[in-house]
Each structure stands twice: as structure tokens, then as C-alpha cells.
Unconditional design. Structure first.
Length: 291
């Protein structure tokens, strides 16, 4: 049937054979085919917001999440201010008719399925837990966005920052690392299978949370923190809503008293809440605590 159709349409236009072949090829949504750079891009996750803002101009972004404008979460909140926002709902995104949607497996509800069912080009981004994985992700996004040169520049800059951090830990005895514990409002800590653990380890510390058997994220009491006797407590937080009950953990009098005799460091959430090139700032800061 296709052969007959090709013979018929070829009589009317010299490019009809090629056009028919393109139509007959299967197109899988989630794998975006771009003959031109996408110009109506939507992101439905804070972490893809950050990478998108680093790789393309604002004129090509149709919508990002509302969190992207909040400095306590977003490293690029200033750049995000005049861009339309969404909360990840399909009914917000469909009218925009985007030519590329960046999302993750953590997007709310069944929005991704609805968008795919409406034949919109969706890229489900797997967020890595290592800098090597981050490099691969940036390269992939560079191809999708038609910004390979910008992606290569980000990777080069990241590698330079990582090399700078390595210089700062050159005197650390890797066989006998000092210990560290990440501590956030509500007593949250990060374990072995997290990007924060990758950063702490690369910065020359052994993460106590991994010794406690924590693989992802969990909660620790102030008493547990003090009993674990870390050489460094890394408080991960922002200045937002400091009077909340959640901040009672990081502002506990016993922890503050302990701080006077031990190491304590604050890392802004927006540097490492998401996996991204900005996380090298946290890496360099933690690596710089070694004497």
C-alpha cells in the first residue's frame, strides 16, 4: 500500500517520496526529534528549570515552575522573574502548545501521561546522583535544545570547579577522612544514594548518615546528631521562615552550644537542592573547611 501511495504522490511533487517516508516512520514521544531549535519550552520541575535557564535564552521559555522564582529554592531566581510559571498541571501546559516539555518522574499526578496522550513532545529527565551523570544529562539537554556549545561550556566550567575543590583537599588522608553530617530543617539528612552525599564525599569527608544505614533521606534528632560526634555539621537551609518549627532543629540551643567547639557550616539550599552546575559552589565551600 505504501509503495502504491509513493508512486501516486510522486507525480505531484518532487519531495513527496521523502515526505511520505517521514510520515511512515514511527515517532516515539519522550524522544524528541528537532529539525529546528525548540522555541516554546516548558519545564515542570525545579531542577529542569535550573538547567533550562542555564542553557537557553528566556525568549524560548514558555513556562517554568513557580518554585523557580523563589530564592530559597532556586539558584537562578533572578533570571526567572519575568517568565510565566506553572505548578505542573496538564491543563496549564496544553494551551501553551509547547514544542518541548522537560519533566521528571516526580511530576505531579498523571500530567505527563496526559501531555503524551495529546501528542506533545515530552522528555522525562532522570536526575543523576553524580557529577558524571550530570555531565551526561547536560550533554543530552544540549542536543535537545540545540545548544551543544552552551552545554559544553557548562561542563567545562563544572570540571574547573571540581579541580579547584580537589586542590583544597590534597592534604586530606583519604583512608582516615574526617566525618560530616548534613542537617536540615525538620532534622532531614541525606544518605548514600543522594547527590548531596556525592558532594560531601568529593569534598573529603565521610558522611555519617551512610554509616547509620541511611540510603536516601531520613530524619535525625538533635540528640542523634550530637551522639554521632561529626567533625563537621553541614546545615542545609535558607533564611526563609526562620521562625518555623522546622528550624527549631538547626537552631536548637544544644546544637548551637556544640557549634562553639566544633565545625559547623551553612550551605544555601539553592546550591544543592537540585542536581546542577551550581552544586560545585557547595563542593568548593565544603572542601575549603579542611585545614
Amino acid at each position: 500500500m505504501l509503495k502504491t501511495a509513493l508512486k501516486t504522490t510522486a507525480l505531484f511533487h518532487p519531495y513527496s517520496v521523502l515526505f511520505a517516508l517521514l510520515l511512515s516512520a514511527p515517532l516515539t514521544y519522550g524522544t524528541v526529534v528537532n529539525y529546528n531549535k525548540p522555541v516554546r519550552i516548558v519545564s515542570t520541575n525545579l531542577c529542569t528549570d535550573q538547567l533550562l535557564l542555564m542553557l537557553v535564552g528566556k525568549d524560548r521559555i514558555a513556562s517554568i515552575t513557580n518554585l523557580a522564582k523563589q530564592p530559597e529554592y532556586s539558584y537562578l531566581w533572578e533570571k526567572a522573574q519575568d517568565i510565566p510559571t506553572n505548578v505542573g498541571l496538564a491543563e496549564e501546559i496544553l494551551p501553551l502548545q509547547p514544542d518541548l516539555i522537560l519533566t521528571t518522574e516526580f511530576s505531579p499526578g498523571n500530567a505527563t501521561a496526559i501531555l503524551m496522550n495529546n501528542k506533545l513532545p515530552v522528555e522525562i529527565v532522570a536526575l543523576p546522583d553524580s557529577f558524571a551523570g550530570l555531565e551526561a544529562l547536560i550533554s543530552r539537554l544540549g542536543e535537545l535544545l540545540g545548544e551543544q556549545e552552551a552545554a559544553a561550556g557548562l561542563i567545562t566550567s563544572m570540571r574547573a570547579d571540581i579541580d579547584s575543590a580537589k586542590v583544597r583537599i590534597k592534604n586530606v588522608d583519604i583512608s582516615n577522612r574526617p566525618t560530616a553530617l548534613i542537617y536540615s530543617p525538620n532534622g532531614h539528612t541525606a544518605g548514600s544514594n543522594t547527590f548531596k552525599n556525592t558532594i560531601v564525599t568529593m569534598a573529603g569527608y565521610s558522611n555519617i548518615a551512610t554509616d547509620l544505614g541511611i540510603e536516601y533521606y531520613s530524619n535525625l534528632s538533635v540528640e542523634q546528631v550530637l551522639l554521632s560526634k561529626p567533625d563537621l555539621v553541614i546545615v542545609s537551609e535558607s533564611d526563609y521562615n526562620r521562625d518555623s518549627l522546622a528550624h527549631r532543629y538547626t537552631d536548637h540551643p544544644a546544637l548551637l552550644k556544640w557549634q562553639g567547639h566544633h565545625g559547623m557550616l551553612t550551605i544555601p539550599d539553592n546550591q544543592w537542592l537540585c542536581v546542577g552546575p551550581m552544586s560545585t559552589e557547595a563542593l568548593k565551600t565544603i572542601a575549603g573547611t579542611h585545614k
